[in-house]
Ligand binder design. Structure first.
Ligand code: PEP
Length: 236
């Protein structure tokens, strides 16, 4: 079954979250995960839903105002965290922190969902495979092979996030195939790769024809619970 992760980003009020949880809590979607703002994670866990952090601190513990540590997430019952989302790379210089963040998560036996992907210029200049390879290499740096197995990759071309512009199936298949082959050859394990970028109910039928995708990271379309449930039911 494909993994589906809804990334709410910095959206939804407390009351909207309560309604959202009410809608999903009695449903039995074992492959659906929710990534709300960290202040709401506990509510998802308490409702028996799978909660994913949108980010984690690069540091273990201590004087890092505003950060949330991996051990604190783990204490809440959160077992997954997104790392290196392009918005964090863009606004918070996360490129340099991704490797440390992954290490913090693995220390807690949590699963990182590592986001990678090229921007428009890199795509147009046919540099996208290089970019992807570098992002994986940097993220996996100095981590023993046995621990890497817990990492999931989300391939998210930056030019597709929130834009409604979706790569062709061939373009997605090429990159996902490349990631899987690269990880298998260099790190010797089979990695799961999600696709993310403007996934919605209009394009899902086409995306579902891609053979090598293991799931989806969904932004905008996860914000309205009914739309998100439609999407879930369109994924096999
Ligand atoms: C995302 O932010 O991870 C994402 C894929 O967003 P959207 O689905 O809105 O493009």
């Amino acid at each position: 079954m494909k993994l589906i992760v809804g990334n709410f980003k910095m959206n939804l009020s407390y009351y909207e979250i309560e309604k959202y949880i009410d809608f999903f809590k009695e449903k039995d979607y074992s492959n659906v995960f929710f990534a709300p703002s960290s202040i709401y994670l506990q509510k998802f866990v308490d409702a028996g839903l799978y909660a994913v952090a949108q980010d984690v601190s690069a540091y273990e513990v201590g004087a890092y105002t505003g950060d949330v540590a991996a051990f604190q997430l783990k204490n809440l019952g959160v077992n997954y965290s997104i790392v290196g989302h392009s918005e964090r790379r863009k606004y918070y210089h996360d490129d340099e922190l991704v490797n440390k963040k992954i290490i913090r998560l693995l220390e807690q036996e949590m699963k990182p969902i590592l986001c990678i992907g090229e921007n428009k210029e890199e795509r147009d200049n046919k540099k996208y495979l290089e970019v992807i390879e570098k992002e994986i290499k940097d993220a996996f740096n100095n981590i023993q092979k046995e621990y890497l197995k817990d990492i999931i990759i989300a391939y998210e071309p930056i030019w597709s996030i929130g834009t409604g512009v979706i790569p062709t199936n061939e373009e997605i298949e090429e990159v996902i195939g490349y990631i899987k082959k690269y990880v298998k050859e260099k790190y010797e394990f089979d990695i799961k790769v999600l696709y993310g970028g403007s996934v919605n109910n209009k394009c899902i039928e086409t995306l579902e024809k891609i053979e090598n995708v293991d799931g989806y990271l969904v932004g905008g379309c996860s914000l309205k619970y009914e739309e998100f449930e439609n999407l879930i039911n369109n994924i096999h």
